[in-house]
Design a protein around this ligand. Structure first.
Ligand SMILES: [Zn+2]
Length: 885
């Protein structure tokens, strides 16, 4: 799954997930008391009952309030049983039977907590093969998980999102990833609609007013990868031959043409991955489906990959470079899952990183290879800095974290599993050599094809291919939280030696434990006779000397060559000063961005004076690379919130010197044959430039662009229009609000729609802002867009106060609409605060609400972020006069 914006997460529940699911002994008595059973879906299933094959027969009419069907599961019983444990949630079981040979045994379905379900048979079933048959109905639920429905331009559609724990709400089954089985599906849908699932259709017939679709038997799949889609779709088939894989784009009626761009980009991704793995694409069919209301970014269901519509439906005329980049990146991520997760599946959620870290790592790698003009490796360094901040929290998870509650499963879909995991893989890829990594992954995906595999099995392949103890070193990053902070001193007495020490990196004021010992693959770049050399060595001790292959004392060194390692560094003040000034030109762009990121870390741990930090950031922002500029502007926008009235004029002059010339050279609107660099910079520079300088010219441009967009939404790129609309909406009147509301209804693309929603969320006028927020609860703004409507207020204290008020006053309605799973993430709303008072408000509010699984950890993380924000604000406030001198 590719998470969206803020991390998908949730969690918390009583009871631990121990290894076995209650008593499964043969039960001789005739009556079994329900309360004597331990039916908790949070507990792991035993291997007493093993599913072998599913026959799903579903009747799905998206315009109806419920669906239903028959599920047949071929099982293998290792011993005679009266009670079988499996999963099912909100299912109304009308009949159930167990067929064993010629014997048919009736029974009763009993439901427990967390989607747990027990089948109590009327008599003991013998050991051996049997078939469980359920006839049931179930409601389409609120929220965007399980089997849910969406109304789009007057037409009803049904889609699924089962990962991690919601297949159990669509059909009874053994909803745990260790069980990989085959499926044969039949779907009955209203005439005129099309039904889709993981495999190819074999035939369709009309029965009364229903169209009956039958599908091929699948390859082995875990339940969380099963998927269905029903509706009157536009379906476009790719004309490009793709080695026996049928590739199609599926969109809501009338939207298919917007999918052509990504349909054309997808074959290159398939070829890139099949070449990397040295294997054909594992499945014969690939439907890429644009879903109009979707909680995650995308989901890698076998043969039926679902996407948030903005990632598949792009207007090839006006889509921004950033939007194209996101779409390509998510496509690589999802298709990489065909191997990482789908072909080879983790047996349990503690190994989720085998899916998500790998898919995220592959997306970063693929983006560099498939779209080199985007220079994405530089952005990846910025992303790493952000993840390291999350990793410094006291509440940070391990990449491989024990699962003790259902909440832990939902919490596992976070920036640690995705971002940290990917960067750790990249670090070891560099250390092993990319060819060895590829060799290991080819062996891993072919050895365990169509089966399950664990971390230990993966690490064994890495060791084997590299001939190095990669696994042992990697575990020091997988199994403990935190980022190493490596201090490097250059000592030139006899031969040049680096004295290296390590500890956990923490921001000032943190009370997280600072112990930790990592095996750090250190690759240092250093000057030698006017050229640069790289020396790599594994640091295993807390203090270690590294001898350089050098005859002279290097004039400079950069501790983390090309910034490919997942660790932070510090050095002496003298060495740092030289590196940031005289020898800056010697660094690669990745290293310059790394320098920026490490300076920010030194600021957070209060190891450099705030005015030195601001001056260094300003200097790095003057470099030509866009990422360096944007990082600097991000840092300055944080300061911008607390510049005093007396400081304002000087501050604005300084900021203007940083942004105005760049804004002129990039321009407010794209020109023909613009470089990708400009496309990636434009909207964000526009936004920062105006925020930092309040430039009247920029405001006039914003008005012009907003007017043009509202007149014809197809004439301006949605990202630039979005910035312009936000600028004018902040001071906007009721007339503008009405125009935006009207524009929302006719938005030609998902990107245009998002821009309008963000503008609606930007009004400073309290009544208009409240009317905008109200659009969410009345359903004009879709469930998936909750963060888009709230987000713009997070950087403005007054508007945020209004959002917080709305959020807390309507909390139960918001939870009901979002569904329990998305609700786990809601404490992040408090991240708009930057004061102890705000942290207190957040704690007090959530303490008074019904418990939602997974919220506890998210709330802890958010409160820590607020505390850090307040401390950093005070530190920078003190340094501001020195910077402005
Ligand atoms: Zn994923």
């Amino acid at each position: 799954m590719r998470k969206y914006l803020v991390v998908l997460a949730l969690g918390l529940v009583a009871g631990t997930l121990s290894a076995c699911s209650g008593s499964q002994k043969a039960e001789p008595v005739a009556t079994i008391q329900h309360d004597s059973l331990n039916i908790d879906g949070a507990m792991r299933l035993s291997d007493v009952t093993v599913p072998k094959h599913y026959e799903l027969d579903l009747t799905i009419d998206p315009s109806s309030e419920q669906f239903g069907g028959t599920t047949r599961i071929n099982i293998d019983l290792s011993s005679p049983q009266r009670v079988l444990y499996l999963h099912g949630e909100d299912l109304n079981v009308e009949a159930l039977t167990l067929v064993s040979g010629t014997k048919e045994i009736g029974g009763e379905a009993v439901f427990g907590a967390n989607g747990g379900m027990a089948v109590i048979l009327n008599e003991e079933a013998p050991a051996g093969e049997a078939t469980l048959v359920f006839k049931y109905t179930a409601p389409f639920k609120e929220g965007l998980n399980g089997l849910y429905r969406v109304k789009e331009e007057g037409l009803w559609y049904a889609y699924t999102q089962f990962e991690p724990l919601d297949a159990r709400r669509a059909f009874p089954g053994f909803d745990e990833p260790k069980f990989k089985t085959t499926y044969r599906t039949t779907m009955r849908v209203p005439a005129g609609m099309v039904a889709l699932t993981n495999t190819k259709e074999t035939d369709r017939v009309t029965e009364g007013n229903l169209e009956v679709f039958r599908f091929e038997v699948s390859k082995p799949m875990p339940t969380y990868l099963v998927a269905f889609a029903v509706g009157d779709f536009d379906i476009l088939e790719s004309e490009e031959p793709l080695d026996g894989v049928t590739l199609r784009l599926v969109a809501p009626k009338g939207k298919g043409a917007l999918g052509e761009y990504m349909l054309k980009r997808t074959p290159a991704v398939v070829r890139y991955l099949t070449e990397y793995f040295g294997q054909p694409f594992p499945y014969e069919k690939l439907d890429i489906v644009a879903v109009p209301n979707f909680s995650a970014g995308a989901m890698e269901n076998i043969g039926l990959v679902t996407f948030r519509d903005s990632l598949l439906l792009l207007d090839s005329e006006t889509a921004s470079v950033a939007q194209r980049r996101s779409a390509l990146s998510v496509m690589i991520h999802e298709l990489a899952h065909m191997w990482f997760g789908n072909l080879v599946t983790m047996p349990w959620w503690d190994d989720l990183w085998l899916n998500e870290s790998f898919a995220t790592w592959m997306a970063a790698k693929g983006l560099v290879d498939l779209a080199p003009q985007l220079e994405s490796s530089v952005d990846a360094v910025s992303g790493k800095g952000w993840v390291m901040m999350q990793d410094a929290r006291k509440s940070a998870r391990n990449i491989r974290n024990p699962i003790e509650t259902v909440g832990d499963i939902h919490n596992a879909f976070d920036s640690i599993t995705y971002g940290k995991g990917a960067r750790v893989l990249q670090m070891f890829e560099v250390w092993m050599g990319p060819e060895k990594m590829q060799e290991a992954l080819r062996a891993y995906t072919s050895t365990y094809a169509n089966q399950g595999a664990t971390t230990e099995q993966l690490l064994a392949e890495l060791d084997k291919a590299s001939g190095k103890p990669v696994g042992e070193a990697m575990k020091t990053f997988l199994d403990q939280p935190g980022t190493p902070s490596v201090h490097v001193d250059l000592i030139c007495e006899d031969k040049p030696v680096l004295k290296v020490t390590q500890k956990r990196w923490l921001p000032a004021g943190s009370d997280a434990p600072n112990q930790g010992l990592w095996q750090v693959p250190l690759c240092v770049r250093y000057e030698q006779r006017g050229r640069s050399e790289v020396h790599c060595e594994l640091i295993t001790q807390d203090t270690q000397n590294v001898a350089l292959e050098a005859t002279r004392c290097p004039k400079w060194f950069y501790p983390n060559a090309n910034e490919s390692g997942y660790w932070r560094w510090t050095m002496s003040e003298d060495a740092l000063n030289k590196l940031s000034s005289r020898y800056l030109a010697e660094l690669t762009t990745e290293e310059k961005v790394g320098l920026q990121s490490n300076l920010s870390a030194m600021l957070a741990s209060e190891q450099i004076p705030p005015d030195t930090y601001l001056k260094s950031m300003e200097a790095l922002g003057r470099e030509s690379n866009r990422t360096l500029l944007l990082n600097t502007l991000g840092a300055m926008e944080f300061v911008n919130r607390f510049v005093t009235d007396e400081q304002r004029a000087k501050w604005t002059r300084k900021m203007s010197a940083l942004t105005a010339r760049r804004m002129r050279s990039v321009g407010y609107l794209p020109k023909a044959n613009d470089a990708a660099e400009k496309g990636l910079l434009r909207a964000r520079l526009f936004d920062s430039h105006f925020a930092l300088t309040q430039d009247p010219k920029a405001k006039a441009e914003a008005q012009k662009i907003a007017d043009a967009f509202l007149k014809d939404m197809k004439t301006v790129p949605a990202d630039v229009a979005g910035v312009a609309l936000e600028i004018v909406a902040r001071e906007g009147t009721a007339d503008l609000w009405l125009s935006l509301k009207l524009a929302l209804e006719g938005a030609p693309t998902p990107a245009a729609r998002s821009s309008i929603i963000r503008a609606l969320g930007s009004f400073k006028d309290k009544d208009l802002h409240n009317k905008s927020l109200g659009l969410y609860l009345e359903g004009t703004i879709r469930t998936q867009d909750l963060w888009a409507i709230m987000g713009p207020s997070f950087s403005d204290d007054t508007t945020f106060a209004n959002t917080w008020n709305w959020f807390t006053s309507n909390y139960s309605a918001i939870v009901e609409k979002a569904g329990q799973q998305a609700a786990s993430n809601l404490p992040r709303v408090a991240s708009g605060f930057c004061s102890a008072d705000g942290a207190e408000k957040a704690r007090a509010f959530f303490a008074g609400q019904p418990k939602v699984e997974g919220q506890e950890r998210i709330l802890d993380q958010t409160v820590e972020a607020i505390q850090h924000c307040e401390r950093q604000k005070k530190y920078l406030e003190n340094g501001l006069p020195g910077y402005l001198k």
